[in-house]
Design a protein around this ligand. Structure first.
Ligand code: BGC
Length: 821
């Protein structure tokens, strides 16, 4: 076993631009202790205070990662919604991720945002992780490569990023407190690896530390991982912001390398930090170091007068719709295509599934943005197919829960004071009211506001019993068509989570029989609970609705009848927001409701059944051998339906390869534990997660890591390897132009150390016309041959024999070559 040159451990590396560093130092020297500590605490939900005395503008942050929500959490302030991070990763293309980043920078600038709270580069340790859809992959190398492209793209546009959540936020259960016990080797080789790759290759201007603890220390105070590893070893020179409400200790935070505590105004920094310095508990040099990091960020994004920004020439403008559509189709993974079922031939198509009409384009939680339009599969196919060739039936509707009033509602919010006088009005694109901090309708303040009435009309598209209700805490009076359905109070539940108003359950308050097309008046009066000490000044509640529930058997029968009469049946199945979202983990991988029954019944009626799986992360597909084709569309973003039509009709090829292993059933998944025992979650599987774990268990998934079919075929012809790279020659052996992701895996021949059976070492995409031959060279990074040696606490190069595999997917290696290093 050889050794690498030892890494240098020291203090943070300064920005390489001396003029900018000088401007930062000059500004810092002008600030007194109170101004410095004020700058380190949020002034509200999304921003830091301006300090006009040094020419510093207020730095504004916003989520991320598929769009830029901006400082308002409302559909009133729309953003482009790109496909979910799982979809972006499925394209296996850092250059595409970079273009996504550039578009997001453009969106950020449009909204006055300096820092995008993204990307999420935690790993798919288990498919049960609630934010699986928001992270890229189970593989650290792929995650690091996609994250690098994304950060480079955002920063190309002069906007900062906070790579998150550093580190170990791989599940949601007890996320504020869980102690993730991760041994040094898996910590380095898996969980830290994407952060390290991004820091070294993309030089991010920020990082977000996670809620959870790692090995006994909460991440917002993790001196070793932040100061020694991130800043010292890797040379990170950006700022470190806490996850929202993750900063708990003044001294622990500042000494643990936490620069900014968000959100404000109530934080452990600000006045508390100034007092700690004055009491001699905290050294002012630690405060200076944090302020320096924030000022450097401000300088880079052009928010500090006199300092040269990092970017002066902005990239060319990008068409958001076009890019959203391109990423969607490039991320779609065709996992099954029997007898050339796709692309669709001529003839009629029977489309079914609730999500075909009301597409689920993005995942829930802080990743939510509000696109100004969405293209559903029904919209996309209607536009693409000849008139009269498409029919639609609901088939199965998994949404059994009330959701913010949307289709058919015209709403506004009337704000009143305690005397009942109107203070102002806000427009409401849907039934969700989410006013955080100063984001209130004109004329309204938190001090004067006593009640909000959501008022307007509803024109149903279906006749039957419509259910209405509320989501959020406080007092409500709900009226539909003049009838009082509810007058009462919703109190905080037993599981009091500060984010309950975001993630809490909707409650049904009554049902009314309505007729399609007949408009009724609706009103929901919400009286604020002035006694409730919310973590921030905010008004958050929703007016929720659920359309008539029809007999599920009847719905399926209708879809079957339509499928039988058509040449092709397309069924769209989906998860719901109660299944995949931030704030909780999944309990199982089953598709909700009667969707499996729908697919089985349709497939029995029409052998040419194509299933589109609209889910951000793996679900069980128990009927997968009984259908002609399966296309995974992830959460495909605002243009998902248009991209789907492109791919189904064959105008474009589906470009995705699985970034994560897709199991047959949850019971087969090697790593599933997300619930801590006595507050701790042991990452007992060590370095074996994802395909590494499947290999070790000798288990066979439904679809392997890297799997995905296009519309052409590829003949791999030669593989030449050196210790530095692998060169592959391949021919497009099919009948149309296409794109192939050439994947290179390393498999140690005989191992003295315990390592996975094989792992991804590199990849590259090639494009070729029918019959054309192309050659591509993929770099083999030195790190691919290294392990983290817990004895010497350093990377160790493992010499010996390796099989190098040039593969279409993990399960489909086409060529192998022997390499001795
Ligand atoms: C999430 C972060 C997000 C932040 C602000 C937190 O709950 O974990 O990813 O950036 O909220 O919305």
């Amino acid at each position: 076993m050889g050794r690498t040159t030892p890494t240098t451990r020291g203090t943070a590396v300064a920005d390489t631009n001396p003029e900018r560093e000088q401007a930062v130092e000059t500004a810092l020297a002008k600030l007194d202790l109170d101004a410095k500590t004020r700058l380190l605490a949020g002034q509200d939900m999304w921003s830091l205070p301006a300090l006009p005395e040094i020419g510093l503008a207020s730095l504004v942050m916003s989520d991320g990662p598929i769009g830029v929500r901006g400082v308002r959490w409302t559909a009133d302030d729309p953003s482009v919604a790109l496909p979910s991070p799982t979809a972006l990763a499925a394209a296996w293309d850092p250059a595409l991720a970079r273009r996504a980043g550039r578009l997001l920078a453009q969106e950020a600038r449009r909204k006055g945002v300096h820092v995008l709270l993204a990307p999420t580069v935690n790993l798919h340790r288990t498919p049960l992780g609630g934010r699986h859809f928001e992270a890229y992959s189970e593989d650290p190398f792929l995650t690091g490569a996609v994250g690098t492209g994304y950060v480079q793209g955002v920063q190309d546009g002069g906007v900062g990023t906070t790579v998150k959540h550093f580190v170990g936020n791989d599940a949601e259960t007890d996320r504020f407190t869980v102690d993730n016990r991760i041994a040094p080797r898996p910590l380095r080789e898996l969980y830290l690896a994407p952060f390290e790759a991004i820091v070294r290759n993309a030089h991010p201007w920020g990082i977000m530390t996670a809620y959870n603890q790692v090995n006994g220390t909460t991440m917002s105070e993790h001196r070793y991982l932040v100061n020694e590893v991130l800043r010292g070893e890797w040379g990170f020179d950006g700022y470190n912001v806490s996850d929202w409400m993750a900063a708990r200790s003044t001294k622990g935070g500042i000494e643990g390398g936490l620069d900014v505590a968000m959100p404000g105004p109530r934080t452990v920094y600000g006045e508390a930090l100034a007092a700690a310095v004055r009491a001699g508990e905290v050294d002012e040099t630690a405060v200076d170091a944090a302020v320096r990091n924030v000022l450097r960020l401000a300088a880079r994004v052009g928010a500090l007068e006199g300092a040269p920004p990092a970017v002066t020439d902005l990239p060319a403008g990008i068409d958001g719709d076009a890019l959203a559509r391109e990423i969607a189709r490039r991320g779609f993974v065709l996992v099954r295509n029997e007898a050339g079922a796709l692309p669709l031939g001529r003839g009629t198509v029977a489309l079914s599934g609730a999500a075909a009409r009301d597409a689920r384009v993005l995942g829930g939680g802080s990743a939510q943005v509000f696109p100004d339009h969405t293209v559903s599969p029904l919209d996309g196919l209607t536009a693409a197919l000849p008139e009269g060739s498409l029919s639609y039936t609901v088939g199965a509707d998994p949404s059994e829960e009330l959701a913010p009033a949307d289709q058919g509602f015209t709403l506004r919010a009337v704000c009143r004071d305690a005397a009942g006088d109107v203070l102002g009005e806000g427009s409401l694109p849907n039934g969700q009211v989410q006013w955080i901090g100063d984001d209130l309708p004109a004329g309204v303040t938190h001090e004067t506001l006593a009640s909000v009435e959501v008022i307007g009309t509803f024109t149903p598209r279906e006749s039957g019993e419509h259910a209405f209700g509320t989501r959020g805490l406080g007092a409500y009076a709900l009226r539909v068509g003049g009838r009082l359905l509810f007058d009462g109070v919703q109190a905080m539940g037993a599981e009091s989570d500060p984010f309950e108003a975001f993630f809490g359950s909707p409650v049904e308050r009554g049902r009314v029989a309505l007729t399609a097309g007949e408009t009724v008046e609706i009103s929901l009066l919400h009286t604020l609970d002035k006694e409730f000490a919310a973590p921030l000044p905010a008004v958050m509640f929703s007016f929720v609705h659920l359309g008539p529930r029809r007999d599920p058997d009847e719905l399926i029968a209708e879809a079957v009848e339509a499928a039988r009469a058509a040449d092709t049946a397309v069924v769209v199945v989906a998860t719901t927001e109660r299944v995949e979202s931030e704030g909780f983990d999944r309990k199982d991988l089953a598709l909700p409701g009667r969707q499996d029954d729908l697919v089985r019944a349709v497939a029995a009626a029409n052998p040419n059944t194509v299933v589109v799986v609209n889910a951000g992360s793996p679900v069980e597909l128990p009927w997968r051998e009984d259908v002609a084709a399966i296309l995974l569309s992830w959460f495909p973003g605002q243009e998902g339906g248009a991209a789907l039509a492109d791919v189904l009709t064959g105008a474009e090829e589906p470009g995705g390869r699985l970034p994560t292993t897709w199991p047959v059933a949850l019971a087969d998944v090697p790593v599933t534990e997300v619930t801590p025992t006595d507050g701790a979650l042991d990452y007992a599987e060590g370095v074996h997660i994802g395909y590494r774990a499947w290999d070790r268990a000798g288990a066979v998934p439904a679809y392997s890591f890297g799997h995905g079919l296009g519309y052409t075929t590829w003949a791999y012809e030669s593989l030449v390897v050196t210790p530095e790279n692998a060169t592959v020659r391949l021919t497009n052996s099919g009948e149309r132009a296409g794109r192939e992701v050439v994947q290179i895996y390393l498999a140690p021949v005989a191992d003295a150390v315990e390592r996975p059976a094989r792992w991804l070492a590199g990849f590259a995409s090639v494009e070729a016309g029918a019959g054309e031959t192309v050659e591509v060279t993929v770099e083999l990074p030195r790190r691919a041959f290294e392990i983290w040696d817990e004895g010497s606490d350093d990377w160790t190069f493992v010499s010996g024999g390796y099989e190098v595999l040039a593969a279409h997917s993990l399960a489909d290696a086409r060529l192998t070559a022997r390499l001795d290093v």
